[in-house]
Design a protein around this ligand. Structure first.
Ligand SMILES: [Zn+2]
Ligand SMILES: [Zn+2]
Ligand SMILES: [Zn+2]
Ligand SMILES: [Zn+2]
Length: 514
């Protein structure tokens, strides 16, 4: 029997024939069945029944057992956001992150386009120094793409009076490190480096951020009062009132590991108005408050904010948590010639949201008492010493988070976070995707089985009762076929996008010339 090529794939896969012998459902039906998980490296296999229930009457419309489907299971993408774990799912996550960040900048997907007029800045908050590390500093970039920078850097740590540390190591390095040099981020002397302060800082970074944002809002509120914008009186029972400033800062932010293993936060901060009577409404900031005010408030807070952690036997006075001295703030310009545009920022943040600790030279799952010796060594590499510091300090009851997040070098937060008011939610995008997939479904047997999620607007509830049947594709041949098919489809999508962009560029240039 000749095997028809799957409609979504243009080129013939030679292994289709071998495949047909193994899967009696045939290549087309199989590919169609697994399609939504095709890009995933290790999908979850689920066995059971899918029930369709009429939402209005509660009546069971039909039951579809997975036993009758190709492979006897349904495949669910693993959903991992890390590129090194599952490139396919990370790509989906990255696209969602992009949409979400972008909607908060220019509106769309249910967010008012008015947000594009709110003052917005893109800020990079860094960690303080925990000891000198090999670094690559370029005084003046002449390159256009910093990710592929070839500019001549300054010498790493040049000093006129070179000396040695108490451990006998040089305190200078005259190398002009090239990009990607494995020495970058490594301490000049690991024995001088303050590993405890470093991992405690990573662990506190989320709390530092929370306090920072609060302080920025408070400062902008004070400014608004000085400019004559009155605070709003909000009753709080027993006849009393509290005063609320009509200013809020909404954020979308991504965490990134520097080579030294300390976190960076890249954040979009948008100035909004606020009405306590209708807290979910997106309002413009009070009149007269500008991007300069926002910039000033951030700079002031980033310098001023400091707090002390609980005491620890290793540091009886606790550690003082502050930001590093390097803070980069840029105003966002929409669709113009400024240094940062909305699209560039959205894709930047989205890209970082799919990375983990890999840039710092470590990648592992959660570390346990059984596996700690594989990763921690107080006299070992930089990442090994960081993990050792997490594990050692984390034995104290006030610092157990350090053990739990040792594999993240102490940081237990999310890589992409946003204020509730900033934009839409990841969930909204997932639901939109499910609805879209359903609308694409045509075949009666294959249509509804592609999802088990319930989408609010629909009238039929799809409920799956599944048991876990395994992780990953059944054979490496299946994995190859599925991933290749998804990859080809992605390349075609990208080619179509580029074609569109080209068209846009041509017409845009044409307009400019005219
Ligand atoms: Zn996956
Ligand atoms: Zn160096
Ligand atoms: Zn450069
Ligand atoms: Zn030393």
């Amino acid at each position: 029997m000749p095997i028809a090529c799957a409609p979504r794939i243009s080129s013939q896969l030679t292994s289709e024939f071998a495949f047909a012998a193994l899967h009696h459902a045939g290549y087309d039906a199989w590919l169609d069945h697994i399609w939504h998980a095709a890009a995933c490296t290790r999908p979850i296999r689920l066995r059971g029944d899918i029930r369709h229930i009429d939402l209005a009457t509660g009546e069971l419309l039909r039951t579809i057992p997975t036993i009758g489907m190709p492979d006897g299971v349904i495949y669910k993408p693993c959903g991992n956001r890390r590129v090194t774990t599952c490139p396919g799912c990370a790509e989906t996550y990255r696209r969602d992150a992009y949409q979400l960040i972008r909607a908060g900048l220019v509106g769309g997907k249910g967010i008012t386009p008015e947000v594009a007029t709110h003052p917005t800045v893109f800020v990079t908050f860094t960690a303080p120094s925990f000891g000198p590390v090999h670094s690559r500093a370029v005084r003046q970039h002449t390159c256009t793409d910093k990710a592929h920078c070839t500019c001549r850097p300054e010498p790493c740590h040049a000093r006129r009076d070179p000396g040695r540390c108490p451990h006998g190591r040089h305190d200078t390095c005259f190398t002009r490190h090239r990009r990607g040099d494995p020495e970058l981020g490594q301490p000049l002397c690991p024995d001088c480096y303050d590993y405890p302060a470093h991992v405690v800082w990573n662990n506190q970074a989320g709390e530092l951020w929370r306090r920072t944002k609060q302080a920025i809002e408070r400062r902008l509120g004070q400014l608004a009062r000085r400019r004559g914008v009155p605070p709003i009186r909000v009753p709080c029972g027993n006849g009393k009132f509290r005063l609320v400033d009509p200013v809020r800062v909404a954020h979308g932010k991504a965490a990134e590991y520097q080579a030294r293993g300390a976190l960076h936060f890249h954040a979009l901060l948008r100035l909004d108005g606020y009405d306590p009577a209708d807290p979910d409404r997106l309002l413009p900031p009070p009149p007269g408050m500008t991007v300069v005010d926002l910039d000033d408030a951030i700079r002031w807070v980033a310098r001023a904010i400091a707090y002390r952690t609980p005491p620890h036997p290793a540091q009886p006075g606790g550690w003082i948590i502050t930001w590093g001295t390097e803070i980069d703030i840029r105003a966002i310009t929409l669709h113009s010639t400024g240094t940062v545009t909305d699209l560039a920022v959205a894709s930047y943040l989205a890209k970082y949201s799919t990375k983990g600790t890999e840039p710092a030279g470590h990648a592992s799952a959660r570390i346990t008492a059984e596996t700690i010796d594989l990763y921690a060594n107080p006299g070992g590499t930089h990442p090994e010493r960081l993990i050792d510091a997490c594990w050692t300090l984390g034995q104290h009851p006030d610092y157990t988070g350090l053990c739990r997040w040792a594999h993240m070098l102490g940081f237990g937060g999310h890589f992409l976070t946003k204020a509730r008011r900033y934009s839409i939610r990841f969930r909204d995008l997932r639901e939109a995707r499910i609805s879209y997939r359903r609308s694409q479904d045509t075949g009666p047997e294959h249509g509804p089985i592609r999802t088990v999620d319930h989408v609010d607007e629909e009238t039929v509830l799809v409920v799956g009762t599944f048991t876990y049947a395994g992780t990953g594709w059944k054979t490496s041949g299946d994995a190859l076929l599925a991933n290749t098919a998804a990859d080809q489809a992605r390349k075609r999508r990208e080619a179509a996008c580029e074609e569109l962009a080209d068209q846009y560029n041509r017409t845009a240039t044409g307009r400019q010339a005219a």
